[in-house]
Design a protein around this ligand. Structure first.
Ligand code: NAP
Length: 310
């Protein structure tokens, strides 16, 4: 079942999980860097075979500075990988119809394999409508209902990038998933739900927790792997995890004020984990760097799929 997920194997495994030893820092930055080298080869092969570069188009609406930083990083990574990058900026006054027309044009453009509309969109634009307008065969975020449907039907085209990145970290560090008790905290369509589905596909026994879960700590303490995606800054620590558990922190926060002002924080109090859990992802440097890597991998997968059809 694990093989069905088709995460390309990484030959340079740097650590192996050992119970009772020092806590392993699951280094998403290093995993992403190793995977990037493999992806470059895949891109080169695609160019040789099809005489064009796999192309990613990123659409940004408005002037939100954080979104512009994310988009800049995506454009830079796309170019560094030898892929074609298209960057479309629309003003915050753009109408929903204009954004939909931009997506429609990109759907028709044969040189574009992936279309990403940077979220959040201005309030007057319906994000669901815009995401749904993306051709599912060009949806590297895996967030159209068609692609989520395929994922939940066990016939994945591409999986949403963040949970897919978590699976890649687990695979890289050879952390067994099959038969394990896993708690996922959070049930969003972007992270929690697809995370639970990917883990279930990998034969884990998954408990999906959310804000209405009674006695959350009971579920997390019972789990051998805990994925935390509650979007609540430093809300869970050592006492919530079993001895030797594996902890994956998806949370990302940069508070403006207080003790941690300006710092990138996760949902987990990472500094409490040493000497208790067997492995954990830090923030920054854990799940974050994987998301952009999986976006690039998904774009190349979509390019390969489309090229093999033509
Ligand atoms: P979201 O849409 O806000 O969902 C949060 C989920 O957590 C909801 O399902 C919510 O339950 C649940 N929750 C909230 N408080 C809880 C509590 N006290 N106990 C148990 N469950 C609780 O957030 P998201 O988009 O999934 O993102 C989650 C976090 O991941 C955020 O910090 C986000 O910034 C981060 N993120 C990081 C990356 C990355 O690249 N590293 C990518 C995406 C997201 P209900 O459904 O009951 O409300």
């Amino acid at each position: 079942m694990w093989k069905k997920l088709r995460i390309p194997p990484i030959s340079r495994v740097t650590h192996r999980l050992s119970l009772g030893g020092p806590m392993i820092r699951l280094d998403g930055k290093a995993v992403a860097a190793a995977r990037r080298e493999l992806l470059k080869t895949r891109v080169e092969r695609f160019v040789t075979q099809h005489g064009r570069k796999p192309g990613l188009a990123v659409v940004i609406v408005g002037e939100d500075p954080a979104s512009h930083v994310y988009v800049k990083n995506k454009v830079k990574t796309t170019t560094e990988l030898g892929m074609a990058s298209r960057h479309i900026e629309l003003p915050h006054t753009a109408s929903e119809a204009e954004v939909l027309e931009t997506v429609a044009k990109l759907n028709r453009d044969a040189a574009v394999d992936g279309i990403l509309v940077q979220l959040p969109l201005p309030k007057h634009i319906d994000s669901n409508k815009v995401v749904e307008a993306i051709d599912a065969e060009k949806d590297p975020d895996g967030l159209t209902t068609a692609n989520l449907g395929l994922l939940f039907a066990g016939r994945k085209r591409v999986a949403p990038c963040t949970p897919w990145g978590v699976m890649a970290i687990l695979e890289h560090y050879k952390i067994p998933v099959a038969g394990k008790r896993v708690a996922v905290i959070g049930r969003s369509n972007i992270v929690g739900k697809p995370m639970a589905q990917l883990l279930t596909e990998a034969d884990a026994t998954v408990t999906l927790c959310h804000s209405r879960t009674k006695d959350l700590a009971h579920h997390t303490r019972d789990a051998e792997i805990v994925v935390v995606a509650a979007g609540k800054q430093r809300f869970i620590g050592r006492e919530s995890f079993a001895k030797d558990a594996v902890v994956i922190d998806v949370g990302m926060h940069r508070p403006d004020s207080g003790e941690f002002a300006g710092k990138l924080l996760g949902d987990v109090k990472f500094e409490e984990l040493e000497g208790h859990v067997s492995a954990a992802t830090p923030v920054p440097g854990g799940v974050g760097p994987m998301t952009i890597q999986m976006l690039m991998e998904n774009t190349v997968t979509l390019a390969e799929n489309r090229a093999s059809k033509n």
